[in-house]
Design a protein around this ligand. Structure first.
Ligand code: NAP
Ligand code: MG
Length: 496
């Protein structure tokens, strides 16, 4: 990154011009009824921009433009090498504007600038490039069939895709949808969270500059109702959603009430991180456990929010954990030295503090943190660790989506597996052991879409599918499997 100091970022922030309009049919536009809402920096309380408050009229306009663009073939019928070339240019433009995008993300969502510059923005660019490169490398099948026939199995774009995305990794979660959906030839409408719309709005212009045709990439900022209108729309063929399990269930219902559009859900989690007594490196496990819950303020769907630790090593582990956790004390997100930033908004801040109170009242012992920090400046919360007497406390079962870790003690591996799987979620899990057989046996029995052994949150690469078992969702983001979500399978039988 060219800007490296706290002062540089502050100066760049002061000079930044922020676009807040929707991007519909190739141009920035105000909402149809000119309504707008404030975009606020959670680290300072300062207003950043006016954002278009889209509504049903804007959804209708965008879907109409998307349908027209999709059906004209300007995108879906491009030779793969051309579509791939445009997407590679799009990825390159994201990289060229990396500082600006990272800064927008940091100001909008309270994420540390060190993270948005090193993870969010480069990973989004990489995602788009990765799918761009996939386009001319995977094809269909010629099925074995009666010799009087030729049987082709091909994949075709599903059509108009709505991507409804959350605020915790705004540009990255959006790119996990629009990367594969655009590569597969669809028209995409992104609905960012009202809490973090800035980067999605900004990249729309880069998509256009890269050569993505009008109507193929659109962005509709606004409240949850915009997502609802998209999910209910008869002209939308697929809704790809990342967010809470509660809203995911609504989305499935909207599809059922309308046109049975394809529904792909990436939802919440309460992921267990199991520390067995033969853990090969307790200090490393503790550092990793701290990162697993305090990275991105704990606003991570795969956050290792439950540590399950064996009673024989508990005291040693907790001492290491508290030392590692204390390093995440929150600071100014614009300071490159900050490892934990601000909570995204007042609603989430209150919700997390409410869970902390609940943990205390339920009888968990507070080992670290437990309070708001820098209350005069913005929405910060100390890294918080609870030692929990039982695994059935609300703080052990419900997704908090904040920097709150619940530690649960067990006495044997069977008990650990039972507690780990005793959840409505199944997004991720981890186990620490020096025994290779235990590693395989336990990881097979953990009901989760991703299992880490002797690590946590590894595998940022695009080639691993990402998603959940149970109520953590269906389908998978990332990897070539994600392309399946944005395509229909067609069998063509030709009589010779
Ligand atoms: P959320 O409240 O469910 O919102 C997600 C998106 O849906 C936002 O754009 C939201 O808009 C929109 N929305 C809200 N109500 C809607 C409705 N009735 N119909 C259609 N859309 C609606 O979730 P969040 O608080 O933004 O994100 C946190 C959740 O996302 C956590 O549960 C986390 O685990 C999950 N998550 C999962 C993954 C994964 O890959 N599995 C990744 C990241 C996050 P507004 O925000 O404007 O209301
Ligand atoms: Mg914001």
């Amino acid at each position: 990154m060219s800007r490296s100091t706290h002062a540089d970022w502050k100066q760049l922030a002061a000079e930044l011009k922020i676009e807040g309009r929707a991007f519909i049919d190739g141009a920035y536009r105000h909402a149809d009824d000119e309504r707008r809402f404030d975009c606020v920096n959670p680290a300072t309380g300062a207003k950043l921009a006016d954002i278009a408050h889209c509504g049903e009229a804007d959804v209708n306009k965008a879907v109409k433009a998307a349908r027209r663009a999709f059906e004209s073939g300007v995108w879906s019928s491009l030779p793969p090498i051309k579509r791939g070339g445009i997407l590679k240019r799009f990825a390159a433009l994201i990289r060229e504007h990396a500082d600006e995008l990272a800064l927008l993300e940091t100001l909008d969502a309270g994420k540390p600038i060190g993270d948005t510059t090193s993870v969010d923005v480069p990973a989004a660019a990489h995602c788009v490039e990765w799918y761009a490169e996939s386009i001319d490398k995977i094809g269909g099948e010629v099925a074995p069939v009666d010799p009087k026939l030729v049987g082709l199995v091909t994949r075709e774009p599903v059509g108009v895709v709505a991507a409804v995305v959350p605020w915790n990794f705004p540009i990255l979660m959006a790119s996990w949808k629009f990367g594969p959906a655009l590569a597969a030839g669809n028209a995409v409408i992104v609905k960012p969270s009202e809490k973090s719309p800035l980067t999605a709005i900004r990249v729309a212009a880069l998509a256009k500059e890269a050569g993505i045709p009008d109507g193929i990439f659109q962005v509709l900022p606004g409240p949850g109702e915009v997502g609802k209108a998209l999910a209910l729309h008869m002209g939308v063929d697929c809704v790809a959603f990342t967010g809470s399990t509660a809203v995911g269930k609504l989305i499935a219902g909207y599809a059922a009430q309308s046109n049975l559009k394809r529904v792909w859900l990436e939802l919440g989690g309460k992921s267990p991180n199991i520390i067995l007594p033969d853990c090969p490196d307790l200090a490393q496990a503790a550092r990793s456990a701290a990162g697993a819950i305090f990275y991105n303020m704990g606003e991570v769907c795969t956050a290792g929010s439950r540590v399950l630790v064996h009673s024989a090593i508990k005291e040693r582990f907790l001492a290491e954990l508290q030392a590692a956790a204390a390093r995440y004390y929150p600071g100014d997100p614009l300071d490159p030295a900050t490892s934990m930033g601000a909570i995204v908004d007042g609603i989430q801040h209150k919700k997390v503090l409410g869970y902390i109170d609940k943990g205390v009242s339920e009888g968990a012992s507070l080992l670290l943190g437990g309070k708001a920090a820098h209350a005069d400046k913005g929405l910060f919360i100390e890294p918080t660790v609870f030692d929990c007497p039982r695994p059935d406390l609300a703080i052990c079962r419900e997704e908090i989506f904040g920097p709150v870790l619940s530690v649960i003690t067990f006495d044997d591996v069977e008990e650990a597996i039972r507690i780990a799987n005793d959840t409505e979620y199944g997004l991720a899990a981890a186990v620490w052991t020096a025994n290779v057989s235990t590693a395989h046996q336990v990881s097979r029995r953990l009901r989760a879409g991703t299992v880490w052994v002797n690590c946590y949150d590894e595998g940022g690469d695009m080639n691993f599918p990402f998603g959940g078992y149970k109520q953590s969702g269906n389908g998978r983001d990332k990897s070539l499997h994600a392309l399946e979500k944005y395509t229909e399978l067609k069998s063509t039988l030709i009589k010779l």
